[in-house]
Design a protein around this ligand. Structure first.
Ligand code: ZNH
Length: 135
């Protein structure tokens, strides 16, 4: 399902992402633009949301390395978010969108329309995989 050029585009975008910067920025943006998401992190405060931003982005590494089985890779993580964390799966897409915005601001013209389209396709597969154990 992935072409060679999509594979190399995803690997190249991922290689240029600084997880420690982009992760906290993307999660902070979700919490500001969609304040109701703060309830998932309310007990922990901002420090933990920065930590979680890093955790989430680090977890994306697994998807980049398992492009042909993203659904299987995130099966347990999906179940955890559904059963234990009770995170509404709509939030995965909100985070993916904020991540794209933060990546676009950081990359500038390096994120061409074609590159961005492939990156968003990748994130939409991630979002679907994280939602796959919800029913
Ligand atoms: Zn999440 C957790 C990933 C999204 C919320 N996460 C988590 C973890 C991981 C993740 C890896 C860890 C796990 C363990 O511990 O085992 N996420 C992720 C990803 C994504 C996400 C990849 C996408 C892309 N999350 C999300 C969202 C939300 C969340 C959107 C909301 C809004 N998570 C969460 C929580 C938790 C998690 C709450 C828990 C935290 C703590 O514990 O601290």
């Amino acid at each position: 399902e992935w072409s060679d050029s999509e594979r190399s585009t995803i690997a190249s975008v991922w290689g240029k992402i600084n997880v420690d910067e982009i992760g906290p920025q993307a999660l902070a943006r979700v919490l500001i633009v969609y304040p109701w998401t703060q309830r998932y992190f309310g007990a922990f405060g901002n420090l933990s949301s920065a930590t979680h931003g890093r955790t989430v982005l680090n977890a994306l590494d697994k998807a980049v390395k398992n492009l042909d089985n993203i659904k299987g890779t995130y099966s347990e993580l999906s179940q955890l978010h559904c059963d234990k964390l009770n995170v509404d799966p709509d939030n995965f897409r909100l985070l993916a969108d904020c991540l794209t915005i933060v990546v676009a601001s950081a990359f500038g013209s390096a994120l061409s329309p074609a590159v961005q389209a492939t990156w968003q396709k990748f994130l939409s597969v991630v979002v679907a995989a994280l939602s796959s154990r919800y029913f």
